[in-house]
Design a protein around this ligand. Structure first.
Ligand code: PEP
Length: 252
């Protein structure tokens, strides 16, 4: 049974006071909901959000980590620092990290292994650019991102890994993959996980869809066999948009 998992990536939005206020509002409105709910604030906003989320069902995650434990890495944040704040979840390999900050599959894999070594739960993002999709490279790109991203991850560690399929051309653009296209990509990702870890692990792996998810399109996406949740950017910044998305993930 795959529990629906709805996550909000706040990106570089929300000051500490804005973030705390949003989480208090979300907590009121998603109380008792049996979907897994996560928000990922910017680093400096995390302490206020952790405080506001105490005693609620909202998980607080980081948007990134460094692949080292400590040292001369100016501007970076380690797993240990996050753990000290009570954070044990992280998004790794978001397309904005891959494209703007030139994170390679190998670096992303090092971050995955580092996070697992500290018992973090991870949302590992994968997805093709429009250019790659139009060149017929969808499966090649997803295979590389999944196989390299998960290199050295054991079958038992896969319970800590959620995969987010986020076609880059659908992020923040208002364009959503059709449910059929998204489901096809999710099924392919599940087959990659099955090749690596066997059918049982693949059946248990949560695969989120991300890319302009809104209250108006979440239902048809979530109805697809292989779509188990959503990673939401823009629509996670307002309770009136994020709550209906979370509610759609509620188990009947
Ligand atoms: C994201 O950043 O992961 C994302 C999917 O953004 P948006 O929902 O705004 O497209």
């Amino acid at each position: 049974m795959r529990i629906p998992y709805i996550a909000g990536n706040w990106k570089m939005n929300m000051t500490p006071s804005q973030g705390a206020a949003l989480v208090k509002e979300l907590a009121k409105q998603v109380k008792g909901c049996n979907a897994k709910v996560m928000v990922a604030p910017p680093f400096v906003t995390i302490p206020a959000v952790v405080e506001a989320a105490k005693g609620t069902n909202i998980i607080v995650a980081a948007q990134n980590i460094n692949e080292h434990d400590s040292g001369a890495y100016t501007g970076e944040v380690s797993c240990e620092m996050l753990m000290d704040l009570g954070v044990g979840n992280v998004i790794i390999g978001h397309s904005e990290r891959r494209i703007i900050y030139k994170e390679s599959d190998e670096l992303i894999n090092a971050k995955v292994l580092k996070a697992l070594s500290h018992n973090f739960d991870i949302v590992l993002c994968v997805g093709e650019t429009l250019e790659e999709r139009e060149a017929g490279k969808l499966e090649e790109v997803l295979s590389r991102q999944v196989n390299v991203g998960l290199k050295g991850v054991t079958a038992s560690q896969m319970s800590a890994i959620t995969i987010a399929y986020e076609p880059v051309w659908a992020i923040g653009t208002g364009k959503t993959a059709t449910p059929e296209d998204a489901n096809k990509a999710h099924a392919f990702i599940r087959s990659l996980v099955a090749n690596l870890y066997g059918k049982k692990v693949a059946e248990e792996t949560i695969i989120q869809y991300g890319g302009s998810v809104k209250p108006s399109n979440v239902k048809e996406l979530m109805a697809c066999e292989h779509i188990d949740g959503a990673l939401v950017g823009g629509a996670s910044l307002k309770a009136e948009q994020f709550v209906p998305i979370v509610r759609c993930g509620v188990l009947e």
